[in-house]
Design a protein around this ligand. Structure first.
Ligand SMILES: *Cc1c(COP(=O)(O)O)cnc(C)c1O
Length: 383
């Protein structure tokens, strides 16, 4: 069993994918070819955003978005403490100071009350200017945007949605990557919609910001003249090949993959409810997850490493996302960012365990994972 089985997907989709790859090879438009434009239009329509700007990866997408708004030195950017490194790395790369905020135990997403406390703390210290919130749709579940948007409005903060894991998720009919003033996603192979290498995209309804992002992604070019560089930017484009690969994958994603992965998650939830002390991921009424991960919390009497070893011995791969709170990452040592009050994140980092999940996982495999976890827990390892 594989944690995320990309081979099964290729098995099913290889004919249209290979055709698309051959089209690119024949046309030889490897940079900014037709597939890129088509994909950007399709993605924008799906998400419900006016503009989609593709780029090199999900990390660049966040950086470009922050650059477009001029976020930088002296700015505080509020970021969940429980996330992948990029969410906090990018604000720091542009010179701003990430301020880490705790998450909710039930959704793993940013806790709006902790956000407000962090903003108040920064304001009262008076050293940094509160500027933006990077809100992450962790494990596929949209964050609590009603509450987060309210806080952003109250303090006049930019809302950047890091939808790298959330693509395909929804609240009501509104899709992930439409909740921020600017939103980003990643097409890293293991994300809900992945390509065969690196890729990313930025979404916004703001015409001016969209133009700025297009410029920044290509060396700060002038809109009409590629060799007139009007600002500093970077070289961050989605390859035509990756865009071409994403087209048939995006069709499958919309047609059946999202549904299939939700079916799998529901099976897990049904089968796991009876496991004593294991806390299952919750999806609130009206929310829909794209299940980038299916993450449970083990009881505190369990030795997680031993559980993973035991499951591995039965051929069941598991992962731990994430082991370390952001504010404890070495890159932030001896900076303002290491100051954080995030007890929930600290605890989650000790207790979370991610089970295999993807649209091609079969019911019998889900049963096997559940059985493997039950067996591992029955040994009642003590740390
Ligand atoms: C994967 C990920 C990113 C970065 O995406 P890359 O395409 O790998 O650069 C950013 N934020 C989150 C939450 C992610 O999971």
């Amino acid at each position: 069993m594989e944690f995320r089985d990309l081979k099964r997907q290729y098995n099913r989709l290889h004919i249209p994918i290979n055709e698309k790859i051959a089209e690119v090879m024949t046309s030889a438009h490897f940079i900014s070819g037709e597939a890129v434009t088509v994909l950007e239009q399709d993605l924008a329509v799906y998400v419900g955003a006016k503009h989609c700007i593709s780029c090199g990866n999900g990390t660049d997408a966040i950086t470009i978005a922050l650059m477009a708004y001029g976020v930088g030195i002296g700015d505080a950017v509020f970021v969940p403490d429980f996330t992948f490194f990029s969410s906090g790395e990018c604000p720091a790369t542009v010179g701003a100071t990430p301020v880490f905020v705790d998450v909710r135990r039930d959704t793993y997403n940013m806790d709006p009350r902790s956000l407000e406390r962090a903003i108040e703390r920064v304001k009262s210290e008076g050293k940094l200017q509160p500027r933006a919130v990077v809100s992450v749709d962790l494990f596929g579940l949209p964050a609590d945007y009603d509450a987060i948007r309210t806080v952003c409005n109250r303090y006049g903060l930019l809302l950047l949605e890091d939808g790298a894991q959330g693509f395909g998720g929804k609240i009501g009919t509104r899709k992930c990557c439409s909740f921020g003033d600017i939103s980003t996603t990643s097409f890293f192979p293991a994300k809900p919609l992945g390509c065969y290498g690196d890729g990313g995209a930025i979404f916004t309804n703001d015409d001016e910001i969209a133009d700025l992002c297009r410029s920044i992604a290509v060396h700060g070019k002038n809109a009409d003249d590629k060799y007139d560089n009007v600002r500093l930017g970077m070289n961050s484009r989605l390859d035509t090949l990756q865009a071409a690969i994403l087209l048939p994958k995006f069709d499958a994603f919309k047609e059946y993959e999202l549904e299939a992965v939700n079916r799998g998650a529901n099976q897990y939830t049904d089968l796991l409810t009876e496991l004593d002390g294991v806390i299952l991921p919750t999806v609130a009424e009206g929310f829909y997850s794209s299940w980038a991960q299916y993450t449970v919390q083990l009881p505190d009497w369990v030795d997680r490493d031993a559980v993973q070893q035991c499951m591995k011995a039965d051929g069941i791969p598991t992962m731990v996302y994430y082991r370390k709170p952001m504010h404890r990452q070495g890159a932030f040592a001896d900076t303002e960012s290491e100051v954080a009050d995030c007890p929930v994140t600290e605890e989650l980092c000790e207790r979370v365990l991610c089970l295999p999940i993807h649209p091609y996982l079969e019911e019998r495999e889900i049963k096997m994972v559940v059985q493997g976890l039950r067996k591992a827990l029955s040994f009642k390892y003590h740390p």
